[in-house]
Design a protein around this ligand. Structure first.
Ligand SMILES: *Cc1c(COP(=O)(O)O)cnc(C)c1O
Length: 393
C-alpha cells in the first residue's frame, strides 16, 4: 500500500503503524532503556550503523520511531525527530545551526520562551538575533547579515495570529543558503504543511493539537531532507532532548483523531469569531477566517482552514481582560491550546510576561489582548459562557 496516495485521515490512523512479530494492532510501549545485542559482532554492527538495530532509548526506540514516521508522513517530510517537549525541538534547531557569531532572523511575535531562551541563554554563547515582523518580508530582508544562519517563524503567530508567507520566506532563506525553520504548532499538518511550501524544518509542540488531550508535554522536528536530519538527530541525542516511550504511545494515540478534532473545533471557532466581532465590548478580533484579518487572502492560500485560535482586544484594556477571565465558568483559564477543552488566557501577563512592555507593544501584544483556544464542546455552550462573562466586563 503506497501511503502517499492515501488521504490525511487515513494516514493519521495508519502511518507509522505496528510491525511487531505478534501482529499488535497498535504500536506497543517498548518501555525499556536499553536493548540486548545478539552477540559482539551484532553490537558492533549496530554502533557502526551497518545494521539498524536498537541500542539505547535516548538514541532510538520502536515506540518513538513509529510516532516519528507518522508525523513525518503527515508533514510530507523526510523523517521526524521526537523530543521531550516543543522547547526541546526548538533548542535542538538553535543548537544545530547557530553558534559563536552566528545570527538568527526571527519573528517578533513568537512563542514566548522561544525568544526568551535566545535572549537569556544563547546570547551568552555569542549568538546574535534580530526580531522582526516576518509577515513583512522587507523587514526580514533588511535584518539579514553575512552571519545569518537561520530564518525562523511561526504562522499563525502566537499570540497575534499574524500570517507569514512561507513560500516567500523560503525563497529569501534559500537565496542566502540557510534553512527556513517553521513552528507549525498552531496549525498541525492537518491545516498547513510548511515543507510543501518550501520550508526546510518543521517544529511542533505536540503538547498541543497532535496529542490533543492536555495530558502530555512533547515535541517533534520534521526535516525536509536527509542532510538536515543527519545534522539534527545527533544534537538531539547528545543533548538528551529525547522523548520517552510512554509519552510517544500517548501522543500517537492522540494523533489518530487529529483531523476530526480540528474539524469540530474549527467549525465552532468560525462562529465564535463572528460572534465576538459583532460584540460591542470587543475592539477587534484576529482570526484567519474573518475577512477583516490583514492576511486573509494569504491564509486562504497557505492553510487548509482558519484553525481554532482566536485573539481579540477588549475595550477597556487590561482590566476588562482580567474581568473576562475571572468570570468564565466553562472555559478554562489556562495557557496551552489544541486540546479538547476550550482555554482562555491573557498573553501580556501570562505567556509573554517575560518580554519587556515596549517589545510586546512592538510585536502587537497589547495589554487587553485575550487569546482563546477553542475546544470541541458544543458551540452554543462556549458562546453562552463568553456572553455571560462579557456582561460582567
Ligand atoms: C507550546 C508551544 C511551544 C512549546 O512547546 P512545549 O511542548 O510546551 O515545550 C512552542 N511553540 C508554540 C507555538 C507553542 O504553542
Amino acid at each position: 500500500m503506497d501511503s502517499k496516495n492515501l488521504g490525511f485521515l487515513t494516514r493519521q490512523v495508519h502511518a507509522g503503524g505496528s510491525k511487531d512479530a505478534l501482529g499488535s494492532a497498535i504500536v506497543p510501549i517498548y518501555q525499556t532503556s536499553t536493548f540486548k545485542f545478539k552477540n559482539a559482532d551484532h553490537g558492533a554492527a549496530c554502533f557502526s550503523g551497518e545494521e539498524d538495530g536498537y541500542i539505547y532509548t535516548r538514541i532510538a526506540n520502536p515506540t518513538i520511531d513509529a510516532l516519528e514516521r507518522a508525523v513525518a508522513n503527515l508533514e510530507k517530510g523526510y523523517r521526524g525527530i521526537a523530543t521531550s517537549s516543543g522547547m526541546a525541538a526548538i533548542t535542538t534547531a538553535y543548537l544545530t545551526f547557530l553558534g559563536q557569531g552566528k545570527h538568527i532572523v526571527s519573528h517578533n511575535a513568537l512563542y514566548g520562551p522561544a525568544r526568551g531562551v535566545m535572549e537569556s541563554v544563547f546570547s551568552r554563547f555569542g549568538v546574535k538575533y534580530t526580531y522582526v515582523d516576518t509577515t513583512d518580508l522587507e523587514s526580514v530582508k533588511k535584518a539579514i547579515t553575512p552571519e545569518t544562519a537561520m530564518i525562523y517563524t511561526e504562522t499563525p503567530a502566537n499570540p497575534t495570529i499574524g500570517i507569514s508567507d512561507l513560500k516567500k520566506l523560503a525563497d529569501i532563506a534559500h537565496g542566502i543558503g540557510v534553512p527556513l525553520v517553521v513552528d507549525n504548532t498552531f496549525c498541525s499538518p492537518y491545516l498547513q504543511r510548511p515543507i510543501e511550501l518550501g520550508a526546510d524544518i518543521v517544529i511542533h509542540s505536540m503538547t498541543k493539537f497532535i496529542n490533543g488531550h492536555a495530558d502530555v508535554v512533547a515535541g517533534m522536528i520534521v526535516t525536509s531532507n536527509k542532510e538536515y536530519y543527519d545534522m539534527m538527530k545527533p544534537v538531539m541525542v547528545n543533548m538528551g532532548c529525547n522523548m520517552d516511550p510512554h509519552q510517544a504511545y500517548l501522543v500517537h494515540r492522540g494523533l489518530k483523531t487529529l483531523g476530526i478534532r480540528i474539524d469540530r473545533a474549527q467549525e465552532s471557532a468560525v462562529k465564535i469569531a463572528e460572534y465576538l466581532e459583532n460584540h460591542p465590548k470587543v475592539e477587534w478580533v484576529k482570526y484567519p477566517g474573518l475577512k477583516s484579518h490583514p492576511q486573509y487572502e494569504l491564509a486562504q492560500q497557505q492553510m487548509d482552514g482558519p484553525g481554532t485560535m482566536i485573539s481579540f482586544e477588549l475595550k477597556g484594556g487590561l482590566d476588562s481582560g482580567k474581568r473576562l477571565m475571572d468570570n468564565v465558568k466553562l472555559i478554562l483559564l489556562a495557557v496551552s491550546l489544541g486540546g479538547v477543552e476550550s482555554l482562555i488566557q491573557h498573553p501580556a501577563s501570562m505567556t509573554h510576561s517575560k518580554i519587556s512592555h515596549d517589545k510586546k507593544i512592538e510585536a502587537g501584544i497589547t495589554d487587553g489582548l485575550v487569546r482563546l483556544a477553542v475546544g470541541i464542546e458544543n458551540v452554543e455552550d462556549i458562546i453562552n459562557d463568553i456572553n455571560q462573562a462579557l456582561e460582567k466586563v
